[in-house]
Design a protein around this ligand. Structure first.
Ligand SMILES: NC(=O)c1ccc[n+]([C@@H]2O[C@H](COP(=O)([O-])OP(=O)(O)OC[C@H]3O[C@@H](n4cnc5c(N)ncnc54)[C@H](O)[C@@H]3O)[C@@H](O)[C@H]2O)c1
Length: 728
């Protein structure tokens, strides 16, 4: 039984909160009042408790005033409201605390909705989460068609559900189907799409937003308040907006959701459950169910992990990548050496981000291939309406091809992506340096060679950095920025800043075999082949790891990378890291049978003419003399056998300071290999198991499978002293 009413709980809770007085201010204009959102000292408006309290004061003032309409605007650049304060969500300890926090937001938004005067939201820039829920409680919504304007509910990406009324008001405004599209995928939509679904009433150029808002306010004074309700239009919508149609929508949404999350992400499932339970219900009752569900979600490990991931990426956004106080070089023009798989992708990415690129290769045929690859990526974006044909042409025009060094004097950075041969790379980079300005930064995309060794004889090895992209460049979010022994802070900071300008997440890595990601990925891929050799089927291995949450099974991934390439990298790492990286003999045997994977449509899997995998190639077993698989490990044994070598190696990477912190290992593995975000990353997962358990199991595996499982000294040490990677 609740002893206090929800309003009383809010009043009591807000007594402890310190108001942020300047976060929202009133600017009267005759019978209209502008309500300006402008959180001091921050780039974004965030609805922390202090701001919400201020909002409540403003609402009370509006209630008592003689104004006839109020228009909410942001005074920030390209941000309307970025949502609730995620630091506060992170700090929630119990479900009751989380529920109470929602109650505050819900109550204040209700008070806003219940004001007697019409409220207009004039939205420019990001309007997400609590921001979107705020505008849903307004009477009229007008937004700009600027690319920075994005409206939506990304809460499930943080492992929670909308808790300030989003699950209630969004379906009321845009209907069931459209709202589930946004809520379950944690999506935001641009202005034009928001207009199409009815989420906003008008979508206008930024320059006239306030003028239009004023006009709408004046009309609203005449027409009065309104409660916008979704009216289904068109045959399909009418069909779906009835109890039977609703059931079809819920059923389909759940099916699609589970296919995507594989049951690993509870928040979107909970959001669906809430919408299903409350659709058509009275607002007050629905809000209660919403906030209880939010409370349940906010304390899950998945939510904690996803919020930690959010803060890790925020850390990267604020960091320069170096400890010294240096200014990165300004990068306006870039050259790429090598127009192959990686070079073509890098050129496209640079052009996409408005950087002019010179693409150099040994002949025009190769350059043509690179340009075509870039064009193909843009064409796909055009098809998906991400860009228009004018933008595509303009961006493609930023890439120029060359077989010589003409124009290299004006390049700020040169990224080398030619053949993986240290002598060729050294020779080509030395030649390049002689054609560039003195302070040019040279970067190499090598995946396995030492940055220190490649840069050894360059005139300025201090200006040489590793810039390791992942394939396919336009999709993979990570870049490893590798410092050779002589790389200076300025060069590292320049490549770090350039990586961010390219829209990627950089992590700084010390030079060493496989850097970070390949060093950790290879033992896992290698062990998967050992597991196959020991009598487990390809399907079983890949399915077990998919179920664990990896985006793709390890054997399918080897096919994608190329089995020949995997063997090459495995051998290099074996040479650099010793017995624990000893390559599986079966891997070389696969290459001997001319199975290279996807690229020659023959690997562990079969492929159709378009290169799409059509299932396991069961002729592999006989061809490799494996006999029929017996699946002699249970799923947990299999997953641990494949992934514990990764943890073992990661413990060494932390010890050797290959990256600065466990956070960077986790960020690298999530962004570089798709390690399941809901697990928080490799080392957070390791912490959840405990070092002692991992060491014990590794010891058993040493006995069964060999010395490559020997627990590393830093891992043993953690077990012995009961230490976690993240604090105590
Ligand atoms: N493919 C991947 O998955 C991947 C991922 C990360 C890093 N890398 C690294 O990126 C680099 C390139 O790999 P790729 O897969 O794009 O190779 P690729 O074979 O597709 O392309 C290499 C290109 O370099 C050109 N080239 C060779 N010598 C040259 C020279 N002297 N000057 C200019 N161009 C020259 C070739 O003509 C070819 O077009 C390698 O160092 C590789 O290790 C590859």
């Amino acid at each position: 039984m609740e002893l206090l009413s929800s309003k009383e709980r809010v009043d009591t809770a807000l007594k402890k909160v310190k108001v942020i007085p300047d976060s929202i201010r009133l600017k009267p204009e005759g019978e209209i009042v502008w309500v300006e959102l402008d959180l001091p000292g921050e780039k974004a408006n965030k609805f922390s408790s202090g701001v919400l309290l201020r909002l409540r004061q403003i609402i009370a003032e509006l209630g008592k005033s003689t104004y006839k309409a109020a228009i909410f605007v942001s005074r920030k650049n390209n941000i309307f409201i970025a949502g609730a304060d995620i630091e506060e969500i992170k700090g929630l300890k119990t479900a009751q605390e989380a529920e109470d926090a929602c109650n505050i937001g819900q109550t204040i938004y209700n008070e806003l909705e219940n004001l007697q005067i019409p409220i207009i939201a004039a939205i420019h820039g990001a309007c997400v989460g609590g921001g979107c829920e705020f505008v849903l409680a307004c009477d009229y919504r007008i937004c700009t068609n600027d690319p920075s304007t994005k409206i939506g509910l990304p809460e499930v990406n943080l492992g929670v559900i909308p808790g300030f009324g989003g699950t209630q008001r969004l379906p009321r405004v845009i209907g069931l189907q459209n709202s589930l599209d946004i809520i379950l995928a944690g999506k935001t939509v641009p202005g034009a799409k928001a207009l199409k679904s009815g989420l906003v009433d008008q979508c206008v150029p930024k320059e006239i937003l306030e003028e239009i808002a004023r006009k709408v306010a004046k009309e609203a004074i005449e027409k009065g308040k309104r409660q916008k309700r979704f009216k289904p239009q068109g045959f399909m919508n009418v069909l779906l907006e009835n109890p039977l149609g609703n059931q079809v929508v819920f059923h389909q949404a759940r099916k699609a959701l589970l296919a995507q999350t594989k049951g690993n992400y509870p928040a979107p499932e909970k959001a669906l459950e809430v919408v299903k339970k409350t659709y058509g219900m009275k607002l007050e009752k629905g809000l209660k169910i919403e906030r209880q569900a939010f409370g349940e979600m906010a304390i899950t490990d998945v939510s904690k992990n996803l919020i930690n991931l959010f803060f890790m990426t925020e850390m990267v956004k604020k960091s320069t990548g170096v400890s010294g106080n240096v200014t990165p070089h300004k990068v306006e023009a870039v050259a790429v050496l090598g127009a192959g798989t990686m070079g073509g992708g890098i050129a496209q990415l640079a052009a996409e981000k408005e950087i002019s690129v010179r693409l150099k290769d040994v002949n025009f045929e190769a350059i043509g291939k690179g340009l075509r690859a870039a064009q193909d990526i843009f064409s796909k974006a055009l098809k998906r309406k991400k860009i228009n044909s004018y933008e595509m042409k303009r961006k493609m025009a930023l890439i120029s091809g060359s077989t010589d060094y003409s124009g290299f004097k004006s390049e700020d950075v040169v990224i080398e992506a030619i053949v993986e041969d240290i002598n060729v790379k050294r020779k080509v980079l030395a030649e390049t340096a002689s054609h560039c300005k003195e302070d040019v930064i040279l970067a190499s995309n090598t995946s396995s060679l030492s940055i220190t060794e490649i840069g050894r004889d360059l005139p300025k090895p201090e200006n040489f950095v590793g810039m390791h992209f992942f394939n396919p460049v336009h999709r993979m979010p990570l870049i490893e920025v590798i410092r050779g022994e002589k790389t200076n802070d300025e060069a590292a900071a320049t490549i770090y800043a350039l990586s961010k300008k390219l829209g990627k997440t950089p992590i700084v890595v010390k030079d060493g075999p496989g850097f970070l990601v390949n060093r950790l990925l290879m033992p896992y891929l290698n062990e998967s082949v050992f597991i196959l050799a020991d009598g487990n089927s390809i399907e079983y291995i890949d399915k077990s790891l998919l179920k664990f949450g990896m985006p793709m099974g390890p054997l399918l991934l080897i096919d994608e990378i190329g089995i020949d390439v995997a063997v090459k990298v495995a051998k290099i790492l074996g040479a650099g890291l010793g017995s624990r990286a000893e390559p599986s003999p079966l891997m070389s045997k696969v290459v001997d049978t001319k199975r290279f994977g996807k690229k020659n449509k023959k690997g562990f899997y079969k492929y159709d003419a378009n290169g799409r995998s059509t299932g396991v190639d069961s002729t592999v077993y006989a061809e490799l003399g494996l006999g029929s698989p017996k699946n002699n490990l249970n799923e947990e044994q299999l997953v641990h056998r494949a992934l514990f070598p990764m943890i073992n190696e990661a413990a060494l990477c932390v010890e050797e300071k290959i990256v600065e912190s466990p956070e960077m290992v986790d960020l690298g593995m999530i962004m570089g290999t798709g390690f399941p975000p809901f697990r928080g990353g490799l080392l957070r997962w390791a912490d959840s198991l405990g070092a002692q358990k991992i060491v014990d199991e590794l010891e058993i595996m040493v006995g069964k499978y060999g010395l490559r499982f020997k627990p590393s000294a830093p891992l043993r040490n953690r077990a012995k002293n009961n230490l976690k990677f993240y604090g105590k």
